[in-house]
Design a protein around this ligand. Structure first.
Ligand code: N01
Length: 504
């Protein structure tokens, strides 16, 4: 069990800290480790859950697994020769994250079950004033590592609050409720749903899958590693690193199609079409699951058991929409009601409209939500946002990926943040804030690049785009290009004030 650090309790004096990290998923935990290794010991990690792991701790739905190969989906400084499969399942990833937190000895820096309610920049003190469920903190620097996929998005469907059966979101699975032999509905057909559906199809009496948009699905090259491979990963010098490099380079080639010239996505689309034809024989079902947009526009999914599950006699793919939820069932847009005992809401997350943004108040008193309301989420190198001095964002604007490991992007950002803190310390700097003109130029360039991508032009609506239609989530280049621009901190892109010049 994780050790819980000591928090400032409500009613006691705020705890003063150099750096406050919010969240302990891959990003926040990585930040804790890197700060610790850099000798910056005066930090604390506030985590609302009771353990490290973030999205991998929370998403425990049946079938939860990663769609990035295991050896790439790990920290470069904590390679894991013991992965048992080519694509890891949630329990193994969570065990890995927990083991890393123990190995690097950062658990005593954590305050668990600590919900951050607000963070407010106090210009007079040049400090962040942070209110939490476990008291107040005052910090010189805040590193927001809250993750993009952490706030479940619940569909706004008429009558849904009145449903009298069991209902839960995919990221908040109720393991106390046994779905065996029940009539179940799954709303959504995204990455989470396509992993859940085969599991439920095997145990539910009847499963209704509500599809709004058919996703593209590719074969999943998942298998257990052989004993020989596991031996090699563990004992052959360089074998694991070489495999990792091979996976990395193969994945990276997809960027050409996704971000630069979508015509190169055609072979992948053909592969997905062949996969569909092989797995679904019924022409009516085939038509229903054939996507109407270019592959890559939404996240590409991988599964070998989703289509066969849809073809089962106890599974019904509903493409007539959801008009209303009654106390006992779901009414589709044709007026037909399907009675169910339970509804699984696999409708994704608040990404560009996270409620957390409403609680972060920057230099001019406006919240991040207000700043983003007008211009959308814009940042600089995904790591800093004008109006929010001394705050770093991990997995910030335009750092997401549709094709490879987020851990690579996170580690790039960690280089940048730790280097920034070094520069600040060496130069006796009290505050830094990214210059608005630099941020604007950076975003103009990003949006120009994104305008050629399949995410913007592929004919779909996705969570990659915000309500203004801007793509504020994805990085449009090769990931090594991002590594390049985050290698060192560029103080010249920031307005800075020396400690000596801060208000007394
Ligand atoms: O969520 P999603 P997710 N009525 O937003 C539908 C990562 N991830 O939890 O496509 C009816 O992708 C919505 O329909 P449409 C990965 O980055 C990774 O599945 O918008 N339907 C869609 O089908 C992923 O992208 C892994 O028309 C509604 C679904 O719900 C991200 O998490 C596994 C609706 C939501 O899909 C999110 O995935 C899981 C409504 N009102 C997740 N609202 C792996 O590594 C939404 N939908 C394998």
């Amino acid at each position: 069990l994780p050790v819980t650090g000591t928090a400032a309790k409500a009613g006691t004096a705020p705890r003063e800290i150099d750096t406050l990290i919010i969240g302990s998923g891959f990003a926040g935990l990585g930040a804790a480790i890197k700060l610790s290794q850099a000798g910056k010991k005066n930090f604390v990690v506030l985590e609302r859950g009771s353990d490290v792991g973030g999205t991998w701790r929370d998403n425990t739905y049946p079938g939860a697994a990663c769609d990035v190969p295991s050896h790439l989906y790990s920290y470069s400084f904590a390679l894991n020769p013991d992965w048992t499969r080519s694509f890891s399942r949630q329990p193994e990833i969570q065990r890995y994250i927990e083991s890393v937190s123990r190995k690097y000895n950062v658990l005593d820096k954590h305050v668990f079950n600590c919900d951050v309610q607000s963070a407010r920049w106090d210009a007079d003190r040049a400090r962040w004033m942070v209110e939490t469920s476990q008291g107040s903190f005052v910090a010189k620097f805040v590193v927001s590592a809250i993750g993009a996929l952490c706030e479940p998005s619940l569909p706004d469907i008429k009558g849904i609050e009145g449903f009298e059966g069991e209902i839960f979101h995919s990221a908040q699975w109720n393991h106390d409720y046994d779905l065996t032999g029940k009539r179940v509905a799954v709303i959504g057909t995204g990455a989470s749903a396509i992993q859940i559906v085969p599991q439920l199809a095997a145990k539910a009496e009847q499963l209704d899958v509500y599809q709004r948009t058919a996703p593209w699905i590719l074969p999943r090259a998942d298998r257990e590693y052989t004993a020989a491979e596991r031996f090699a990963f563990k004992h052959l010098p360089g074998f694991q690193k070489l495999s990792r490099l091979g996976i990395y380079l193969m994945r990276e080639t997809q960027v050409v199609g996704l971000a630069k010239a979508p015509v190169f996505m055609k072979p992948l689309q053909l592969t997905a079409q062949i996969h569909l034809r092989r797995q679904i024989k019924d022409p009516v079902l085939r038509r229903k699951v054939t996507p109407n947009f270019q592959i890559g526009c939404k996240r590409m999914l991988i599964s070998n058991n989703y289509y066969p599950a849809l073809a089962q006699s106890n599974v019904d793919l509903v493409t007539d929409g959801v008009a209303e939820v009654t106390a006992t069932g779901i009414v589709d847009r044709t007026g037909r009601t399907r009675e169910v005992d339970a509804i699984v809401v696999a409708t994704g997350f608040h990404v560009t409209d996270s409620p957390t943004f409403a609680g972060i108040f920057g230099k001019d008193g406006r919240s991040a939500a207000e700043v983003f309301e007008r211009s959308g989420q814009q940042g600089y190198k995904g790591s800093a946002i004008a109006n929010f001095p001394n705050m770093f964002f991990l997995v910030g604007p335009n750092t997401g990926l549709g094709h490879t490991s987020m851990v690579y992007m996170i580690e790039s950002q960690l280089n940048y943040v730790v280097d920034a803190l070094d520069v600040v310390e060496r130069n006796d700097i009290g505050t830094i804030e990214v210059r608005k003109d630099v941020q604007d130029a950076y975003n103009r360039d990003l949006q120009e690049k994104l305008s050629h991508s399949v995410w913007n032009n592929g004919g779909c609506a996705s969570w990659y785009l915000d309500k203004h239609g801007n793509n504020t989530t994805l990085w449009p280049g090769f990931t090594f290009e991002f590594r390049g621009i985050t290698r060192t901190f560029d103080l010249e892109a920031y307005d800075s004030v020396n400690v000596a010049d801060l208000p007394a």
